[in-house]
Design a protein around this ligand. Structure first.
Ligand code: NAP
Length: 193
């Protein structure tokens, strides 16, 4: 089995994330992609970050019509800081040695990987897919990480969660930036106002 682990804050999830997961699934011949909303991303403030329960529910609504996609609450259940190394270790244990794992996330985050908790262990657990909008130059990683990292350009990543949150604050439309069900959920629960 080849499984993609799609890590992110998903604050909120949008079409850029969904297109990334689908393109990576297709390109790397993955059997499935599991979206893992983080509980608390290390090194980041909490301003604008809504509850993990809302972010998890929106991710579930967003992936509903793709049979290859699922959402895991592994980091939400663990609470505390969501270290990728802990998450990948748990998935490795769950799926066994025969399964190849791919950690998919934004290229900005991957550039910081050498500073992550127990970073040297990471390339022994999975391969890394760094997603960015076209033209992004991934900062040179030390060879032990670079050997295990692929950069993939996804034009749909012009959509960003930050921009969506700003639009909501200004009362601007977010139509066509994320799935309709997620849009409805945001308005229903008055999120990001
Ligand atoms: P971030 O800094 O909020 O995001 C960096 C950039 O990547 C943003 O442009 C973001 O766009 C984009 N992005 C995030 N997730 C993406 C995805 N799955 N696919 C495509 N683009 C994505 O990063 P983050 O979301 O907080 O963290 C990313 C992942 O790295 C999480 O799983 C986090 O737990 C992990 N991480 C681990 C450690 C550690 O183990 N020490 C430290 C830092 C991060 P949007 O804002 O539009 O999503």
């Amino acid at each position: 089995m080849r499984i993609g682990i799609m890590g992110g804050t998903f604050n909120p999830i949008h079409y850029g994330h969904l297109v990334t997961a689908e393109v990576v699934r297709d390109k790397f011949k993955l059997d499935k992609v599991i979206f893992v909303p983080s509980y608390r991303t290390p090194y980041k403030g909490r301003r604008d970050l809504i509850s993990s329960s809302h972010r998890y529910k929106m991710a579930k609504l967003a992936i509903e019509n793709n049979g290859y996609f699922s959402v895991s609450n592994i980091e939400i259940k663990r609470r505390g800081k969501s270290y990728t190394r802990d998450t990948m270790k748990e998935f490795k244990k769950k799926f066994g040695k025969e399964t190849k794992l791919f950690f998919i996330t934004g290229a900005d985050a991957i550039a910081q990987m050498p500073k992550w908790k127990k970073a040297k262990e990471l390339p022994t657990l999975c391969e890394f897919i760094a997603a960015s909008r076209p033209g992004f130059k991934l900062r040179k990683l030390p060879p032990r990480y670079e050997r295990h990292t692929r950069l993939i350009e996804v034009p749909a990543l012009a959509i960003s969660s930050t921009d969506i949150r700003k639009r909501l604050k200004r009362g601007e439309t977010i139509k066509y930036l994320l799935p309709e069900k997620v849009e409805r959920y945001i308005y229903q629960h008055r999120l990001y106002l």
